[in-house]
Write a protein that binds this ligand. Structure first.
Ligand SMILES: [Zn+2]
Length: 197
């Protein structure tokens, strides 16, 4: 079973990697670009909507970001596509949107670097949590495998296999077991069999 990279900005060169490449396999308006007008493309071949979300440190006003993010959530629900979320310093807004909208589609918090307290709020709200090479170790250890995902994002230094080894090590599981668990999460989240292309 190959390694699954749940969110990346680079088409992998390794042949044993299934990658969900932002812009190729997903479509969304990044919060940094919430002020640009992007026509919605045909979404039939997209696995997810995203990355989209909220960033209190960068991009246009939070008001505009929230407005654009709500549109992305609506697209996710209407097209039955899961949501890949970028969220920086806006966890309360994210959680309250989820409480308000009760989405049917699963949501992934990508590039999670938060502390256990934030992890628990997200797990209680049924999020999937995606970890990259840079993360809070305690949170990684606490996150149950059935809610965990692994990604490289824009990291070109740490290959996905290395991150899997590191995660397996920290969680005290075998890499093969971890790879199989991630395949299960991929099937559930992206509603597709993980196949090498
Ligand atoms: Zn990204």
């Amino acid at each position: 079973m190959p390694y699954i990279d749940f969110h990346t900005h680079h088409v992998p060169t390794a042949t044993d990697v299934i990658a969900v490449v932002d812009g190729r396999d997903t479509w969304g308006i990044h919060p940094w670009r919430a002020d640009t007008i992007c026509p919605v493309p045909d979404l039939w071949d997209k696995l997810a909507i995203g990355e989209c979300g909220l960033d209190a440190l960068r991009g246009p006003s939070m008001e505009l970001q929230l407005q654009v993010f709500r549109q992305q959530i609506a697209l996710s629900e209407a097209n039955r596509k899961p949501l890949v979320i970028h969220c920086v310093k806006a966890l309360d807004q994210l959680l309250s949107l989820r409480r308000e909208l009760h989405p049917k589609m699963p949501w992934m918090f990508h590039g999670f670097r938060g502390k256990p307290q934030q992890l628990h709020s997200l797990l209680a709200a049924d999020f999937f949590i995606s970890f990259g090479a840079c993360h809070n170790e305690e949170s990684l250890c606490l996150c149950p495998l059935e809610r965990l995902m692994i990604e490289t994002d824009d990291d070109e230094v740490h290959p996905i296999a290395e991150i899997y080894n590191n995660v397996a090590d920290k969680k005290g599981v075998d890499v093969t077991f971890l790879v199989n668990s991630m395949a299960k999460n991929y099937r559930f989240f992206y509603q597709k069999e993980p196949h090498l292309t």
